[in-house]
Design a protein around this ligand. Sequence first.
Ligand SMILES: Cc1ncc(COP(=O)(O)O)c(C=O)c1O
Length: 401
Amino acid sequence: MTTTGTSWNLDRARALDAEDPLGEARRMFALPAGTIYLNGNSLGPLPTAAATRVRETVENEWGGSLSAGWIGRGWMDAPERLGDRIAPLVGALPGEVLVADTTSVVLAKLLGAALAARADRRVVLSSSDNFPSDLYVAAAVARRSGATLRVVDRSELVGALDDTVAVCCLTQVDFRTGALLDLPGLTEAAHAVGALSLWDLCHSAGVVPVGCEVNGVDLAVGCTYKYLNAGPGAPAFLYVRRELQGALDNPVPGWLGHAEPFAFDLDWEPSRGIRKFLTSTPPVVALSALDAALDVFEGIAIEEIRAKSMALGELLADFVAAAGVADLELASPASPAERGAQVSFRHPRASDLVASAARRGVVGDLRPPALCRFGLTPLALSFEEVFHGAEVIVDVARALA
Ligand SMILES: Cc1ncc(COP(=O)(O)O)c(C=O)c1O
């Protein structure tokens, strides 16, 4: 898919749609008429099948099977089964991903586990531009483990890695600018000093080929409500590299992670494999929405999604650059290879820009004071839609100039 070279026009966008191997997936999403939704980095759009599946789960499974559903309908196994469906999207192996809790909670669990396993090292390293919730969690977990959180500028991460660092905890895609961190390089640098790597994949899962396995990632967490489109407040996932699963303990050892939950033993015995990181009863209705949302990815390689994502981002960034509107400048890296599925712009009246664009049906979001973010869900967007979205953004910015 080539997007560089000539300038953008509607015919060119339509020509890309005509040859788009993922174009059919657009029909699997229900979006309000007249809306161009460029906010998939906040909340993914609704896959049509998710609405049907949730209704079926509620009416047939819950209503029809009642408590027999825990075994008869496979509710108990859903956290691992759905983890295995997410695994190929993040380059993990079967048995390495589990769906549970929320991102902040699974982050607390994995950081706690990592600090307990590396008792001789008392530093968690992170970057100052990490998602703030991750830093709150890391600071609190570190404090309770007798460790400290060391936060440095992203450019100083490699230099800050030493033999005091137990775990290097970073987010692969910057939530403000969409900048992609060097996951392979930083993971290798962490390993070189004997530290574990823990990656937040919230803005990666479903759009960036993370390659957990090939890059030797030790631990990861992520949400399913952004580019996996599983709905507001959908559960999170955690990844623990297979070789580490025996050595790490779940710091919140609930009954569902017990080897025999229904034996009701007084002592906690970990379940085998990734399941030991489970704590509580699975949220069955929410998991059914995730299951349907993952159907949309069936038969599609993450590399194909990445190719379309880069092309869509290039359209938006190039169109805006070519328009040369005063005060509207790219805040994301200029190269598509260096950003996730998001393009951000800086504008002194960012709030007005986002609000005016929304009134014209183009939904993005704001990171105050001056950032407008546009998250491009590749399976739910056509090139034509992104072209019209770019036109509106430019129009609105011109009106504000
Ligand atoms: C990068 C990142 N990490 C963590 C979180 C927090 O997720 P949760 O609300 O599921 O704990 C978010 C939420 O948007 C996020 O963008």
